[in-house]
Design a protein around this ligand. Structure first.
Ligand code: FSX
Ligand code: SF4
Ligand code: SF4
Length: 319
């Protein structure tokens, strides 16, 4: 197997840290930056610069981690640039290496040190049933830290909260019919606790990496972006998918797809929820601009409050 450390240096000018050193720091880890990697001197330097800009604590409740995976797929800017130049990711349960009590203590240390000056990123829904016991994030001195408890503690300390993904924004899949855990979205939860920290909703199941990165950059450079009625940046969620769909002409001419494998025609008769959905997938596209849902299937309205129940059944017409 090729030694990763022999890979060419391709982006030192972008990150201020050589690709070789960057990859070196990742050796032995699954995917990303963790607290233990701060022992690397080049990373310390890069992270310190980031810290002066903006520390971020990323916590996860009820989700599938798809939101984090989507962010890791960010191509431009690269995930390395985001982590090393845009933000200082102080805690992330999936890509961080630290775990256990030390990791939990680090969360509180960062929150206390940067009280009022950090962003709290929340991925996944918040389960409120049974005193929050459905989601225990860790322990400190045998005290269980629940998702509900941590959001209540850190929420008022953060300068802003980013709810990432439809689970975090509106409850999403965990809040679908049944919902034994009492899953709820961030804004709804904060309201019940009288926490008034500004929230930016970035829905999507998962959200597009550009929506996450773009919202973070906007937040850091120009403050909270203009939001719609559902707390989403209009920048990304201001336009209706159906009104801008490249297949709108087919719809107008009643030229309809008969099945998902039919490459032509409007997808409404096979379940497309584009008319009820506001996002810019039609022009941004996914997978580095390769394709989007309507190319190969239908829009299932993954960015909308009430998803998935309100958009179900996915493959049957809504009208
Ligand atoms: Fe939810 Fe995130 Fe859907 Fe998954 O964790 S928005 S289930 S794609 O990824 O929370
Ligand atoms: Fe509207 Fe969907 Fe048809 Fe596109 S494919 S025109 S979004 S119903
Ligand atoms: Fe979600 Fe629809 Fe965009 Fe697909 S096209 S990502 S289902 S909003």
């Amino acid at each position: 197997m090729k030694d990763k450390q022999e890979l060419p240096d391709v982006q030192p000018e972008k990150t201020g840290i050589s690709r070789r050193n960057f990859l070196k720091t990742l050796t032995g880890t699954a995917a990303g930056i963790g607290i233990s990697q701060m022992f690397n001197p080049a990373l310390i330097q890069a992270l310190e610069k980031g810290l002066q800009r903006h520390p971020v604590i990323w916590i996860q409740g009820q989700g599938c981690t798809g939101c984090s995976v989507s962010l890791l797929n960010s191509v431009d800017p690269s995930i390395a640039d985001i982590l090393l130049k845009v933000i200082s990711l102080q805690f992330h349960p999936t890509v961080g290496v630290a775990e256990g009590e030390n990791a939990m203590k680090h969360v509180y240390d960062v929150a206390n040190e940067y009280n009022g000056r950090f962003s709290l990123v929340i991925e996944g829904a918040i389960p409120v049933a049974h005193n929050g016991k459905y989601c225990i994030l860790g322990e400190i001195e045998h005290r269980e830290i629940t998702m509900t408890g941590l959001v209540q503690e850190l929420g008022p300390m953060a300068s802003s909260i980013l709810a990432i993904g439809t689970c975090a924004t509106y409850g999403g899949i965990p809040a679908a019919k049944g919902n034994v855990t009492g899953a709820t979205g961030v804004m709804a939860f904060l309201k019940t606790k009288n926490i008034t920290t500004p929230v930016v909703n970035i829905p999507g199941c998962p959200p597009h990496p550009d929506w996450i990165v773009g919202s973070i950059v906007h937040l850091l450079e120009s403050g909270i972006p203009e939001l719609d009625y559902d707390g989403r940046p209009k920048l990304f969620f201001g336009n209706n998918i159906h009104d801008n769909c490249p297949r709108l002409e087919d719809y107008d001419e009643a030229f309809m797809s008969m099945s998902l494998s039919d490459p032509m025609g409007c997808r409404m008769d096979v379940g497309c929820k584009g008319p009820d959905t506001y996002a810019d997938c039609y022009k941004r596209k996914w997978n580095s601009g390769m394709n989007w849902c309507v190319d190969n299937a239908v829009c299932i309205g993954c960015v909308e409050p009430g998803f998935p129940d309100a958009m179900s059944p996915f493959y049957e017409p809504a009208y």
